[in-house]
Design a protein around this ligand. Structure first.
Ligand SMILES: O=C(O)/C=C(\CC(=O)C(=O)O)C(=O)O
Length: 311
């Protein structure tokens, strides 16, 4: 695939899977105003170099390519999340926000010594949150004291905190997460092990975390990352990732006003397969089964968090 060769001066991580070229048109018609609330841009590396401390080197995935996918799938807007391969240099993401003509908001990575001026500039470009990543293969650990400093700095701007962790780590992080006073958005339902029961103790802890903390939201995203048994969103499959459905459906039904959905394009670090993004959109009606739930998941909820002033 041609796009996989465009890494500029960088060499991709061996075995890297490039994003899917020529995705199908979804059969599911997205509601007007739908937001892809979790996606990334990578580079292009020749223009926005990847960070020296990165744990992976992706293929390029530019703002233009993201916006073309948005239009193809039928989304109106994007939330672009800073990817760890760019470290705390948000310039590729900010450049994409500036080019989006108000149709994208961002989630940045910042360090504890970030200044008020820098935060104001990020805000002006469309950033509305910061991401704290606890996935060990992606980042080196940052002390929670530094993260608490960041929270103090971003709270006056009305921003929220996106947290990315694996289910095994929730017990240790539960108290810290519960202490965050801003809105908190959990990536990918806290990455449950879907070979376990959705009614078992591991997922119950995550549900309890959401019940006890009304400021906590979650993205019911990444079935392609969480699924073990498939089937994969390829070759026209309309019932992909059955093993993830009970988890995501349960969350959508219990917390309809605190869920978000996104493609996760360009799907960093998938090892097994690269999904057809059109078929990924067709996953949505399996987990949000009524027009009311779909409207909240795709339009109302991301609107409240990222465009509270109105579209
Ligand atoms: O795209 C995601 O959400 C998941 C990622 C990558 C990531 O978070 C990052 O690079 O910042 C993953 O599990 O490798």
């Amino acid at each position: 695939m041609a796009h996989g060769d465009t890494t500029g001066p960088f060499e991709k991580t061996p075995g890297w899977l490039d994003w899917y070229d020529g995705p199908s048109k979804p059969q599911f018609q997205l509601p007007a105003g739908a937001v892809d609330a979790h996606c990334h841009v990578f580079g292009p590396g020749a223009e926005f170099p990847y960070a020296p401390q990165r744990k992976y080197t992706p293929c390029d995935a530019s703002a233009e390519q993201l916006f073309a996918l948005r239009d193809h799938l039928g989304f109106e807007r994007n939330v672009i999340v800073q990817a760890t391969c760019h470290g705390a240099d948000n310039s590729a993401m900010v450049d994409a926000l500036r080019r989006s003509e108000g149709r994208a908001r961002g989630v940045a990575t910042v360090r504890a010594d970030v200044t008020e001026d820098e935060l104001n500039e990020l805000h002006e470009s469309g950033v509305r949150g910061v991401r704290f990543n606890f996935v060990k293969r992606l980042v080196d650990a940052v002390p929670t004291e530094s993260l608490a400093t960041i929270v103090e700095k971003i709270a006056p701007l009305g921003w929220h905190v996106v947290i990315y962790f694996e289910a095994d780590d929730l017990p240790d992080l539960y108290e810290f997460f519960s202490s965050i006073p801003t809105d908190v958005v959990v990536d990918h339902m806290g990455r449950p092990d879907v070979t376990k029961s959705p009614d078992g103790p591991e997922f119950e802890l995550f549900l309890r975390f959401m019940r006890e903390n009304p400021n906590v939201w979650t993205k019911v995203t990444c079935p392609e990352r969480l699924s073990v048994a498939g089937p994969r969103a390829l070759d026209g499959e309309q019932h992909a990732y059955q093993d993830v459905v009970p988890f995501a459906k349960r969350v959508v039904e219990e917390f309809p006003d605190r869920v978000l959905w996104g493609t996760d394009w360009p799907h960093p670090n998938l090892k097994d397969h690269m999904p057809d993004d059109g078929l990924l959109v067709d996953f949505i009606p399996q987990i949000a089964t009524t027009p009311e739930l779909q409207e909240k998941l795709l339009v109302t909820n991301p609107g409240r968090l990222y465009w509270p002033e109105g579209a």
